[in-house]
Design a protein around this ligand. Structure first.
Ligand SMILES: Nc1ncnc2c1ncn2[C@@H]1O[C@H](COP(=O)(O)OP(=O)(O)O)[C@@H](O)[C@H]1O
Ligand SMILES: [Mg+2]
Length: 252
């Protein structure tokens, strides 16, 4: 009896991963096709903006700003879809986490009603990581934190070394709407979203990336109080691996 349930579970999982792979392939094709016309729209908006800079009415300027914002939003969705479908191996290099966090902060617009508190610990060890993926993780977590605080609030970003777990910790905390208990696990699944204009890939991608680094990601959250996302990246998984295999050899 137990065997059959196990097999059914496996089949379900397999069907699900096949379905996701198909969605991935389809979306990446679509995303590529859409990126080009969006690029053209973006250039035109920019051109019109420079030509009308001094003479346009406020209303025209407002609409140009809307166009610009919407193109950016569409581009972000496209990047998520492309990242979701990408099968590239990560490019691991020894790197510092703090500049990746800074870079991510630079690329997310933080509205003036959100106070930013940043504590990036200096002198923490490097991680063996794909810097692009670390940046994407931070961009996703920061954007989510910002959207969780439409009325404003406090965004806190910290990095530190966790000596007991031999890892670097990135903490991104907000004082926003929080996540109800029943959604905490679902939030990390692809295409789960509670947003009218969300795509639901940010957290699942972040989880995929963190796990490719041998790390883990989790959230502590309370409805109406806020959420803290914690990312732990091992300081040097390869050295640890080498040490393990050496120890295994000794054992055999
Ligand atoms: N900081 C946060 N505060 C509250 N809810 C969050 C936060 N981050 C993620 N969530 C929840 O998890 C869902 C999935 O997030 P994500 O995978 O980034 O997709 P998206 O942002 O497109 O909805 C969100 O729709 C939201 O319900
Ligand atoms: Mg998101």
């Amino acid at each position: 009896m137990r065997d059959i349930t196990g097999r059914k579970e496996m089949e379900k999982k397999l069907a699900r991963s096949e379905r996701l792979a198909t969605i991935g392939e389809f979306s990446s094709g679509m995303a590529h096709e859409l990126r080009q016309p969006l690029g053209v729209i973006n250039n035109s908006v920019y051109y019109i903006g420079t030509k009308l800079k001094d003479i346009a009415q406020e209303k025209v300027k407002k609409h140009l700003a809307i166009l610009d914002k919407e193109v950016k939003h569409a581009n972000r969705l496209i990047s998520d879809l492309l990242d979701f479908a990408r099968v590239d191996e990560p490019e691991f290099k020894d790197c510092h986490v703090n500049p990746a966090v800074e870079e991510a902060l630079f690329s997310v617009e933080i509205p003036p009603n959100i106070k930013l508190k940043k504590e990036l610990k200096e002198g923490i060890p490097m991680v063996h990581a794909d810097i692009y993926q670390i940046q994407r993780i931070c961009v996703n977590l920061i954007s989510n934190a910002v959207s969780a605080m439409p009325e404003g609030g406090c965004l806190e970003i910290k990095t530190d070394e966790d000596k007991t777990e031999a890892c670097i910790e990135i903490r991104i905390a907000d004082t926003g709407e929080g996540i109800p208990k029943e959604n905490i696990e679902k939030a990390f699944e692809p295409f789960f979203t509670t947003k009218a204009r969300g795509i639901g890939l940010g957290l699942s991608l972040s989880k995929k990336y963190v796990e490719a680094h041998g790390g883990r990601i989790y959230v502590e959250s309370e409805v109406d109080k806020g959420s803290t996302f914690i990312v732990k990246l091992p300081i040097n998984p390869f050295l640890l691996k080498k040490k393990n295999t050496a120890e295994n050899k000794k054992l055999t």
